[in-house]
Write a protein that binds this ligand. Structure first.
Ligand SMILES: Cc1cc2nc3c(=O)[nH]c(=O)nc-3n(C[C@H](O)[C@H](O)[C@H](O)COP(=O)(O)O)c2cc1C
Length: 264
């Protein structure tokens, strides 16, 4: 049987322009300043990870940077590279370097508030990072890890994702369309929107996606700088990923997915 999908029904594709309704409702408007002004008193903090084991990561300022490379060259050369090497094993040192430069803590002010290598609306940091490694020295194969940037820690969430679960999480991997399964890092950006919406209301939803975009660009540029391949993925089965990460337990959902690994 052949499927016939007509995407022109009623002039739109399934959504019936729901996204426009949301976009309009979340627009900042001068007339609404009293209801839209940020509510800085509301704060939703990080989830409680006590009880989970963790690995200490080096502070970004203690990581040696070998050669000087011009950021203009990195920007010129960055590409989405879809061919990963099966034979490449990432050292723990390179893992730390990659993670800390693309997403780590870079600054701490004298009020104990920490900042990262990417910007965040109102520094609420609503995007959390889960990493599932394959062939990374010192890390368990396909274990679910979670970054705790303020403390330079990598938490072991006590669950394994399973290669099949990862494979079934995107149509590209499920149907062997690309060789993505050979990558070394499966990186998931997940959000608990409340960290941002409690302060900014509907705008917080937008700010969360903008932040994920910033992180994504960092991942691509640091991968390029370190000679690694990277692929940003927007098309994936969100519920499946939430469930194998255990993110649904924390009321989080996956926004963006990255593959990073050795080039073939
Ligand atoms: C938000 C976003 C989502 C993307 N989703 C996918 C995806 O699901 N699958 C894929 O193979 N590539 C995906 N890409 C990669 C693009 O196809 C790629 O960036 C584009 O072809 C331009 O090539 P370049 O990155 O080498 O400049 C995505 C890129 C972005 C920015």
């Amino acid at each position: 049987m052949q499927w016939r999908i007509d995407r022109r029904v009623a002039g739109s594709y399934m959504t019936d322009k729901i996204y426009l309704a949301y976009h309009r409702a979340s627009m900042m408007d001068e007339k609404l300043v009293s209801v839209q002004s940020p509510n800085s008193e509301q704060y939703v903090g990080p989830v409680d990870l006590s009880g989970y084991e963790y690995i200490d990561l080096p502070d970004i300022h203690d990581i040696a940077d070998d050669a000087c490379v011009d950021i203009f060259d990195v920007l010129k050369n960055r590409r989405t590279v879809r061919l990963f090497s099966k034979d490449y094993t990432m050292s723990f040192e390179d893992f730390c370097k990659f993670v800390q430069f693309s997403m780590g803590k870079s600054f701490e002010n004298n009020h104990d508030w920490t900042y990262r290598t990417y910007p965040s609306g109102g520094s609420r940091y609503p995007v959390d990072i889960y990493v599932v490694p394959q062939r990374v020295e010192g890390l368990k194969e396909f274990e679910v890890y979670r970054l705790d940037q303020p403390n330079n820690r990598l938490y072991d969430m006590g669950r394994t994702a399973g290669k099949e679960e990862i494979k079934n999480a995107t149509c590209a991997t499920k149907y062997d369309y690309h060789e993505y399964m050979d990558s070394n890092l499966f990186i998931f950006m997940v959000s608990s929107f409340e960290k941002s919406t409690c302060k900014y209301g509907l705008l917080g939803y937008r700010l969360t996606f903008l932040e994920a975009g910033h992180i994504g660009e960092n991942l691509s540029l640091v991968a390029e700088r370190m000679g690694l391949a990277s692929v940003p993925l927007g098309g994936f089965y969100e519920r499946n990923i939430n469930s194998f990460l255990g993110a649904d337990k924390f009321n989080e959902t996956t926004l963006y997915y990255y593959l990073v690994g050795g080039k073939r």
